[in-house]
Design a protein around this ligand. Structure first.
Ligand code: SF4
Length: 222
């Protein structure tokens, strides 16, 4: 995989996927698309967009987090084999190499204009919140897959896979369907595993974390 089209729902949900993707594939060309017509009101849409832009403006947190990971691994290994006293030094060397690679990642962020109509016109017709959420996922993931194809990408995914509040299995299912329909490869990751790490990074970076999902119906939670 040398390039990836990643649908981005917001900054807090992008922290860990970005870290995971760019530490595993530091030379990857990553295109991030903020497309979320579900978000209400416009001020909130813009705030989430601008917070994401702020996150992308300085990705040095990735190298720092990767360094923390490798040191923890080295310490674990060190306890297991105390005789190998050079394991920390070796890990540090590898870490410097990894950090150098993620210093200047190839990341592009584009945001769609605020156009809630495609979402609102249909979402209002659902009585069942689960059906509304399925439509919401399908709209965003479908548009992302279509755009990824039109831009010549082979791989696509979504930061919705980070959220513990969303229906993870339903999101995966829709991604697989859209990948099949558009002839793409779906990067299927369970980024929920990085929740505590992302939370601590977001606090450190003072990243705005919204307290509702996005739409006018989701104000009080899912
Ligand atoms: S609660 Fe969230 S996922 Fe469900 S429709 Fe609203 S914005 Fe979309």
């Amino acid at each position: 995989m040398d390039n990836l089209f990643l649908h981005a729902c917001c900054a807090p949900c992008s922290i860990f996927p970005l870290k995971d993707i760019l530490t595993k594939s530091p030379k990857l060309s990553l295109y991030l698309w903020y497309y979320n017509p579900n978000i209400h009101p416009k001020a909130e849409y813009l705030r989430r967009r601008d917070t994401l832009a702020y996150l992308i403006s300085d990705l040095s947190y990735i190298a720092e987090a990767a360094k923390g990971d490798s040191l923890r691994e080295a310490v674990k290994g060190d306890f297991a084999a105390a005789a190998k006293g050079d394991s920390l030094r070796e890990a540090a060397k590898e870490d410097i190499a990894a950090a150098a690679l993620v210093q200047k990642p190839d990341v592009t962020l584009k945001a769609s204009p605020y156009e809630p109509a495609p979402f609102l016109e249909k979402a209002a017709s659902f009585k069942d919140p689960k059906e509304r959420c399925e439509f919401c996922y399908t709209l965003r993931i479908g548009q992302a897959a279509s755009k990824a194809l039109s831009m010549g990408f082979k791989y696509f995914s979504t930061t919705l896979l980070f959220s513990r509040q969303q229906d993870h299995e339903l999101i995966r299912k829709i991604c697989r369907q859209k990948a099949c329909y558009y002839g793409l490869e779906f990067l299927d990751e369970d980024w929920r595993l990085g929740h505590s790490q992302a939370l601590s990074i977001s606090k450190k970076l003072n990243i705005y974390r919204q307290n509702y999902c996005g739409c006018v119906w989701g104000d009080a939670g899912m």
